[in-house]
Every structure is written in structure tokens, then in C-alpha cells.
Design a protein around this ligand. Sequence first.
Ligand code: MN
Ligand code: ZN
Length: 521
Amino acid sequence: MRRHRPLQPLLFAALIACTALPAAAQRDIRFESPQAPTSGTLVLAVPQVADGEARDGAFAQIDAASQGALSRAVAAAAFTGRADSQLDLPGIAGFDRVLLVGAGDGAPDARRIEDIGGHVGRFAARSKAPRIDVLWEGAEAGAATQLAFGAALGQYRFDKYRTTRGDDEPAAGQGELVVRSPAGAAAAQDWDGDWKAVAEGVKFARDLVTEPANAVWPEEFVARTRAAFAGKANVSIEVLDVPAMERLGMGSLLAVGQGSARPPRMLIVRYNGGARGEAPVAFVGKGITFDSGGLSLKPGENMWRMKYDMTGAASATGAVLALAGRRAPVNAVAVAALAENMPSGTASRPGDVVRTASGKTYEIISTDAEGRMVLVDALWYVQRQDNPRVIVDIATLTGAIVTALGNDYAGLFTRDDALAAQLTAAGEAAGEPLWRMPMHPGYGKMLESPIADMRNGGGRPGSGTAAHFIGEFIDAGRAWAHLDIAGMAWRDGNELSTTPAGASGYGVRLFDRFVRENYER
Ligand code: MN
Ligand code: ZN
């Protein structure tokens, strides 16, 4: 059934891997007390004030040192310090550059401080200054850490494959970022032992999603996951290859992968930081390393972006990487259901009947409804092997959810009101919002097949019927939710300060927060 793997594409991929520049280093972040430096590149967060109202603190000092040039520039630009505003000033007093970032009206909450940090990070990624000092004068507990977290997310860049930078040109985005605040160096503990790991989980997911499909396919996803978890305590990694999945009867995941020269995999990462024997929290991600649609081929426009169709798997794995990195007192498991969906002489056809590991059968109506196909075998496996206390699956599943919710919310599907409330609150706190969608019992009717137990699609709403299909493979009474993140995984011209254009890594922060608030002892 499977073809020999052609040598040429693999050699070519290996060649790319060898010749590419190393990925740009992110700036290291460290913490200091709030004395303002008098030279170099300074970022100053300034609260919003009414027109003409004087400012104190570092602003006043720099203004005096510059004979009022700072306040004249601010007045001329009508900069008030409103949230999401910035003023970039070269050559003020002894500084090469002063960037004013608006901190907005009133006392900023954690989310706003993170956003401000995101703007700092965006600036830091473009700047060639070897050191950037960021001054935060507010006394809020944890502000320095929140600022650093936002900056770490905002400074993300991926220029591994660029070769056009001149040799004599220093790379932007390298060096260090010094957060100066009343918390001083004490903030480092909070950062190193905790939030830095979450930022690294997001970066892991973004890197995997950004990588093209000729660099990351199922086996390579596994290899990169192994590398990321190397040296992390209390972690075990299990990988099911094709023969193993055949033995387990995973006809559903295998049906998706069988058209590709690159064989599918199921990757299970277990992190046991909690009590021995305590049931884990499970995150199950759709990991289609490229979705052409299969024989139900997608239109050509924007097909390139379908490298992003493994975001769910990357975010589930990245979330567990974050938990392991910050040594969270919890047991958690990530399952990545990995396959490449390609049309070929060995590909699944519309009309094929597939037997899942659970024994249930379905008729393929569209080979482009492959996400639910890989997920159901992964969900079956994690329920049998790990008996999770709660399962959340995450997938770039349907275009219909983008029609419904745009790029502002991921769709949340669950029949469990308490779980819905937990996830919604976690999404709100983490800046990865969810909107609950209905799961009408009538959706099942639309998935009936005359020759099998179900069909893999059909009927409207497309996102709700997809959720219903997945739900058919969840044990009665098990806490389960499904997240459709098709509108949230990739940003294009609508970036946020903490989420630059491209791969968002949506889900890592949400899952980390969900675990933090509900499952840590
Ligand atoms: Mn598809
Ligand atoms: Zn897909």
C-alpha cells in the first residue's frame, strides 16, 4: 500500500537544512533596577495624560537633559500615551534612540502590560542596537515579568532561510533586552522559573508552523519534538509508526497519510510533574504537515498556507513543553496526530469506507475533511492508554469557523458547561479568546451514511457537524472539548503586538493558563 520513499526530495531537504543560516537569536532578557541609563537605546512606557499635562520620572529627567526637546517632540507629534501608540525619537539627549510606548489610561492590567511588552518586542526585533533598555516605572507586582513575557512573544522572527543580509550588516533582533523596573533583579526568578518556559513553548509552536512542508513532515515533527524536550525532567515520548498503527487498527489516521510519500506518525509526549498515578490532562492536536485536500483537492489560491495545518499538534506539544519547562505540578499528555494529506495513486478516495481504531466505520465524503479523521484515532488511543481526567482537542479544522468568528475567537465546542467556563476564562486571561458554539443533537442526522456508521462530513453548520463527528469517539461521561482554531493559527496583516504576522502558536498560552488555574495542586 505504501510506496518507496523517493530519495530526491529528502536529499534536497537535507541540503536546505545544511545551507540555511541559523535561526536569528532572540534577544536575551534580563532584569535590573529602574535607574534610567543616559545613552544607548531606551524604551520608556508612559501613561496617558491630558493635553499639556506635565510628566514626571524618567520622562522629566530626559526632557531636562535634552533642554525640552522630548516634550517638544511629544507635543509636535500629539503623542498622549494612549494604549497602542508609539513615538520613535532618534537623537534625544545622550540617547541614540528613545521609543515612547503608550501605556494607556489608568492603571494597566496584566493583559495591557503584556501588550506593551509586545510593542517593545516588535521594536527590539527590528533594532540593531546590541542592548535595549526598557524602563517600567509602575509598581504593579509582576509587571516586569508580564512586560518581559509580552516582549519575548513580540520579538519573534523567523529568518532562517534568508541569505540576503550583507556580511557587514549587524543582524537586527540580536543582543539583549534589559527590563528595568521597581522589581529589579527579583523579577528574574519569576521569569526564569516560570514565564520564560511559556514563551519558549509558543516559540516552539511558531517555528514548527512557520517551517515549510518540505522541512517539517511527520517524522521531522517527531525529531524536533525530541530535540526540544531533551534534558527535560519527568518526560517520556512515545511514537507510533505505520506498522504500530496498523496493529492498533488505526485505519482512520492511516487513510489520511496513505497518499503521501512521507509516512504518518502518532506522537505522544507525557509529562508527569504531578502526583504519581493521577490522571493527566490531555491535549490532542491535529498535525497535518501539509493539507492539499487530497483527491478532494483544494483550490490553488492560498494552498501554500496549508503548511499551517499542524498548528493544533504544535500547540498541544508546545503547551506540554511549557509545563515541563516550568516544572508544573501536574500530569499532562500531548498527542500529535501527524500525517501529510496528498493526492496520489495510493491516496484515499471520496466514497472509501474507513474503519477507525474504535471499530466504528465511516464513509469519506471529502478527503479534505482529514483533520477529524486523524483526530479520532488519536482520541481513541489517549483514552485507552492514559484515561485522562479531561481532553481538549485543538485543530485548524474548518473554514466555516473563520466565516463565523473571523480572526478574533477560536470556536469552542463542548457539552460540558463547567469545562466551557474554565476554557473561556483561561482564553480571556491568556489573550487567546474562545467563543462557545452550539453542539445541536440534530447534527448527527446530517452525518448518516447508507453504508457505514457515519459520513466524515456534510450538512451545516460545517464546524458544528465536524465537532459532532469527533464527539462520537469520546467515551460517555468523559470531560471533553474541541477547539476549532482555523481562524487563529495564522495572522496576515492583522497582527497583534504579541503575535507578529505569520504563525501565532495559538493554544500554548491558553492551555498553560487552563492548567495553571484548574489543575495544579
Ligand atoms: Mn483539509
Ligand atoms: Zn486540514
